[in-house]
Design a protein around this ligand. Structure first.
Ligand code: 4AD
Ligand code: MG
Length: 430
């Protein structure tokens, strides 16, 4: 037998086809059984009519249950009442794996769907989001290739922090002080000295205690490090990257975006318009109108970023944050050492930060001073400090949260809606 995919069968619209997949819905109506068959490409209505089918065939169709896997064949006809206007009249039917009563029937509460995530992943909502996600990963890699960036990987077991000690996960490691990596950035900085432009796509881990709609404890991090590049250069690179990924997503995932409630046209300005670049001080002024408690030196959180970006249609760069609120590796502005040469990129429509980025401190004395200010013991970072001793160069880099980017494209209410097996403060199952 040569099985067709459902989308091809729908396109064909007539004649005989053999299909296989899973039963999404089943209805018995006046001697007819209607089965909605799904595979990874789509859904098609299949009907078995007791007036035309043999009693054996009708019995086998009746016996099938929701989420049973089946193989069938039959003829395609036009039928305006069916989804896509095409219906298949079943001529042969075989149950491959009979399903028990499927648990997802009435209870669609968030917690329940997370408990049965292994089954909920069959829903069209999850399937569509995961297809968009796959395109985001693919487009990111394509762009890296275009820019002659070499793919590398850092370790997951590390001995130092990158983004503050508060969100470190400690792991038992033969009596040593070891953590799960928060970012591969420092290892990319090492590899840049031999490979030039480098990138990685890897998980990062954060013991995030805050319950927000955009924090995971394990997320996929696309990180890039570029030698001989400054703040403006790295922002140009990021803008071109986001435009490139957005264009691919619109082109390749129109159907999925629409099904998820995202009109692809609303993403077009991201490609055509220049992203706004604003300094922290300017943004603070604007944010204070709504949040008067913000002071110079306050960071923007989920709430503030949502407000700032909710009516925008393109991402916003915020640059030159105060020295006190960014980690030690960021380079202070030589013209104004109270601020650093960094940027966050915020997605529009309330989604907020998707990229953290900037120039790196590349002079050894500045780095040691920054570590001292933050009370950091330089010992575990000796190798990182070494990089500043042996032919240091100005360089910049960034980290892009791939789930945050995907969530924005998909108009997801929560970041976990675009992750197959989300890890959050109280969720590590399944
Ligand atoms: O801003 P962050 O913390 O920057 C870094 O980790 C840098 N060391 C990256 C670099 O320059 N190589 O994280 C970068 C991005 C954020 O903008 C966000 O998109 C994502 O990673 N991110 C998270 N995504 C989901 N859940 C979390 N808990 C995240 N924390 C950061
Ligand atoms: Mg950040």
């Amino acid at each position: 037998m040569k099985f067709s995919k459902i989308s091809n069968a729908i396109q064909k619209g007539s004649g005989q086809v053999e299909l296989r997949g899973w039963i999404k819905r089943k209805r018995d109506l006046k001697g007819k059984i209607f089965l909605l068959l799904r595979d990874e490409t789509g859904e098609i209505q299949c009907v078995c009519d007791s007036a035309k089918a043999s009693s054996e065939l009708f019995k086998e169709c009746s016996h099938s249950t929701i989420e049973s896997s089946v193989e069938l064949y039959g003829t395609l006809h036009k039928d305006n009442r069916a989804p896509h206007g095409i219906e298949l009249e079943i001529k042969g039917f075989k149950i491959v794996g009979l399903a028990d009563v499927f648990p997802i029937q009435k209870d669609f509460s968030t917690e329940f769907l997370l408990d049965v995530r292994h089954l909920w992943l069959r829903s069209s909502k999850m399937r569509d989001a995961l297809k968009v996600r796959a395109t985001v990963f693919d487009a990111f890699r394509q762009f890296m290739k275009k820019k002659d960036c070499i793919e590398v990987a850092g370790p997951m077991f590390v001995t130092g922090m990158v983004e503050g000690s508060l969100t470190l996960f400690k792991v038992p490691y033969f009596g040593k002080k070891v953590f799960l990596t928060q970012s591969s950035q420092f290892y990319l900085e090492v590899l840049m000295y031999s490979l030039g432009n480098v990138y990685t796509i890897a998980p990062s881990f954060r013991a995030e205690k805050s319950k927000t709609t955009r924090h995971l404890t394990e997320f996929w991090h696309a990180e890039v490090e570029l030698p001989w590049i400054g703040l403006d250069g790295v922002m140009d690179f990021e803008e071109e990257l986001i435009k490139f990924i957005t264009e691919k997503v619109i082109k390749e995932r129109k159907k999925e975006l629409k099904a998820l409630g995202r009109n692809p046209k609303t993403l077009k300005p991201v490609i055509s318009k220049k992203f706004k670049r604003m300094k922290y001080d300017e943004v603070l002024e604007i944010a204070r109108e709504k949040f008067p408690y913000l002071k110079k030196g306050s960071d923007f959180g989920e709430k503030e970023e949502r407000e700032l970006t909710k009516s925008m249609d393109v991402p916003l760069f915020i640059t030159h944050f105060p020295r006190s609120i960014k980690p030690f590796y960021h380079r202070p502005n030589p013209k104004n050492p109270a601020e650093i040469l960094c940027n966050d990129l915020l997605a529009p429509e309330g989604y907020g930060e998707i990229i953290g980025s900037g120039e790196r401190t590349w002079k050894v004395e500045v780095l040691l001073q920054r570590m001292k200010e933050d009370g950091i013991d330089p010992k575990p970072y000796q190798w990182y400090i070494d990089l500043r001793k042996y032919g240091s160069v100005p360089h910049s880099g960034f980290g892009l949260g791939l789930e945050r980017l995907t969530a924005w494209y998909c108009k997801a209410k929560h970041i976990r809606d675009v992750v197959p097996f989300p890890r959050t403060i109280n969720r590590v199952y399944p």
